[in-house]
Design a binder for this molecule. Structure first.
Ligand code: NI
Length: 661
């Protein structure tokens, strides 16, 4: 038997061994199981006679139509489909396939011209090997006194798109390189400045090594791991989180119930954690808040204009796949208390299942006080502890770590928080130079200034599918109606179309946006609503002519609202890698479609400008940013009135909070 015949036989075995109707899938939005992924890959390989040069970029659940999901009841037949993105290295062609797992056949097969799928994890490794083996690269590092390529770290940064003719159609990485002093040394302390190997990832060949001149390696180590830290502080006593009766949540496959919340989760290589069909139980009804939410894109533009730095910007969702970079989390370190972990299943570029064990963490946290009042006449004090449900994952993108946290509170509030940590991207500068576009974090070691810009897509469903969005500003009353000068009020303005809904924050007006159901009211007659409350935010610093602005136009507005469309999921388009720009939100919203009292999607952009500090080196303490969704006349009163008092002296042997009058 030839190798090809063996492969075909193996594929046939895989096809026949996975019968989704017998795999006990409990819900149409359950992520693909390892067996389903294996079967989908085998089906497409066999039915499309794929060559060995074809890589599997993404194998994920093709989500059924929203109406199918919303009308699903347990026991209904579930048709399972996989969505697959493939790249043929030999022909440089990208394909999208939909495979029916139920019918065991390729349902659609489409060539997508002129795009580059995200850079795959296997390509990271192969690119590093190709660079290290290249003679021009070895000569460039030898000029800098580096003789052992094994100590070199090659990070395959995306190339962007700068309209350069000889780059058109090539699948490129412009790699950045560092060198360790020994195998466990912190490599980012020593950038190999000015050397950019440019790699054709289809051929996995270095096509040129750009050299912008020798700058010496910075002199100082930057180590932070236990083998280097000689003295730890010794005055920390144990702090333990104890839940003697276990957690208060229930998990059924990927559905989570916690107090009045019901949340379904998924996991994709591109977005990581996805939330579906989030509802809050109010009396006898499960009231929907949103249908789907995920981190839809993020962009990290750097501010150094030097020839070897100006192309640094990364789209960590669309160019790398933030989910495929998820960590396996560790109890007691990443997460504290009674933890439930979900595994994530992705593939390597050959279509083999790769398991990310403990990819998603679920737990409860004490969060200070929820509410309190002391009636000083009756001397009755009522106070309630706040508890929140946390669903999170952490991804490592080369040097940087991002933690993505969804919080659910007892008063109906939902919060999204990004935790930024890990290691700064670094550059070397000549001795004595104080850089303008960055900060010295060690002698001759510069951390360039940059921004982290995120976009979260939320398919809203306040009390049902049809919603409208209003901008609310807190403003002073007009002079002619304001005789005492004290009057001010919350001014609501309907955003009726897509263009009208391209908005920016205004902290001086306490601006927020409310998503209302115009057909439902609370007891006082207000339409039921949630408000989107901005946290830290800013705008991109790149000017309108910058390449990164064209490619990530979503960054230029904080709020976008679109009518729901099943194929509009990514604000910078489906294939931002090396894309010239214009795809996604800027393209769809040109039609200026109506968004009033219809099925809408809210896209919120939030940004952090990072001017590095010495204290961010050698590893950066967590910085946070995000936003909140808060109920706004959604309920008739504080929904957390029924949270019971905590047991007296709970959690401590000593009474710590006795009040003396
Ligand atoms: Ni940063």
């Amino acid at each position: 038997m030839t190798l090809a015949q063996e492969k075909t036989k193996e594929n046939e075995k895989n096809i026949s061994s996975a019968d989704p109707s017998s795999t006990g899938i409990s819900h149409p939005l359950e992520p693909l199981t390892p067996d389903e992924i294996t079967a989908a890959v085998a089906i497409v390989k066999a039915q499309k006679s794929l060559a060995a040069s074809v890589r599997f970029n993404t194998v994920t659940l093709k989500e059924p139509p929203k109406q199918t999901v919303l009308s699903f009841t347990p026991g209904d037949r579930i048709d399972r489909e996989a969505f697959i993105i493939l790249l043929d290295n030999a022909t440089a062609k990208t394909y999208e396939a939909v495979v029916s797992l139920t019918q065991r056949q390729v349902k659609s097969w489409l060539h997508i011209p002129n795009v580059q799928p995200a850079i795959m994890l296997d390509e990271f490794i192969e690119c590093e090997q190709a660079v290290k083996a290249n003679l021009d690269f070895q000569a460039a590092i030898a000029k800098r006194g580096i003789t052992d390529p094994d100590l070199v770290m090659v990070d395959p940064w995306s190339a962007g798109n700068y309209g350069i003719e000889e780059e058109a159609g090539l699948r490129l990485s412009r790699a950045l390189c560092w060198v360790r002093a020994n195998p466990t040394d912190h490599g980012y302390a020593r950038p190999i400045e000015g050397v950019i190997p440019v790699v054709d990832l289809n051929k996995m060949e270095v096509i040129r090594v750009e050299d912008y001149g020798v700058i010496p390696l910075p002199p100082k180590d930057g180590n932070y791991t236990p083998e280097y830290i000689k003295h730890y502080r010794t005055d920390i006593k144990p702090l333990e989180i104890v839940q003697p009766e276990g957690p208060s949540f229930e998990v059924n496959d990927h559905e989570i119930r916690w107090q009045k919340w019901k949340i379904r989760i998924g996991f994709t290589p591109r977005e990581g954690l996805v939330l579906y069909d989030v509802t809050y139980r109010d009396g006898d009804s499960e009231r929907p808040i949103f249908y789907r939410a995920s981190l839809a894109e993020m962009t990290v533009p750097y501010g150094d204009p030097q020839p070897h730095h100006y192309r640094k910007n990364a789209f960590d969702v669309g160019e790398y796949g933030i989910g495929s970079l998820a960590n396996s989390l560790t109890l007691g370190c990443d997460c504290l208390g009674e933890i439930y972990y979900f595994d994530g299943f992705i593939t390597n570029s050959r279509g083999e299942v790769a398991k990310i064990e403990n990819a998603i963490c679920l737990h409860e946290e004490d969060f200070g006080i929820l509410w309190k009042h002391m009636d000083w006449r009756t001397e009755q004090t009522e106070v309630r502890r706040s508890r929140r449900l946390v669903i999170s994952f952490i991804a490592t993108v080369g040097n940087y770590e991002y933690g993505f946290y969804w919080y659910f509170y007892q008063d109906g509030t939902i919060q999204y928080e990004v935790k930024l940590t890990g290691v700064l991207s670094t550059a070397a500068v000549p001795p004595g130079e104080m850089p303008k576009y960055g900060t010295l974090v060690a002698p001759q070691l510069c951390a360039p200034i940059h921004q982290h810009i995120f976009n979260v897509r939320i398919d809203m469903a306040i009390d049902g599918t049809n919603n409208s969005v209003y901008e609310v500003d807190i403003v002073p009353e007009d002079d002619h109606q304001n005789p005492y000068g004290n009057a001010f009020y919350a001014k609501s303005t309907l955003l009726p179309t897509e263009k009208a809904a391209q908005r920016r924050i205004d902290p001086m007006k306490s601006r927020y946006w409310k998503i209302v159901n115009p057909s439902k009211t609370n007891e006082m007659g207000y339409p039921t609503a949630y408000k989107l409350m901005p946290g830290e935010n800013t705008l991109p610093m790149a000017t309108p002519n910058a390449s990164v602005i064209h490619r990530a136009k979503y960054m230029s507005q904080h709020l976008w609202v679109t009518p729901y469309s099943a194929d509009e999921n990514f604000p910078a388009g489906n294939y931002p890698n090396q894309h010239p720009g214009g795809d996604g939100l800027p393209q769809w919203t040109q039609a200026d479609r109506p968004i009033e009292d219809t099925d809408i999607v809210v896209w919120y952009t939030f940004a952090h400008s990072h001017s590095p500090r010495a204290e961010d080196w050698p590893v950066m303490p967590v910085a946070t940013l995000g936003f909140k969704l808060k109920p706004l006349n959604f309920f008739n009163e504080n929904p957390a009135n029924d949270v019971p008092p905590s047991p007296k002296n709970h959690g401590s042997k000593k009474a710590c909070c006795t009040l003396k009058s």
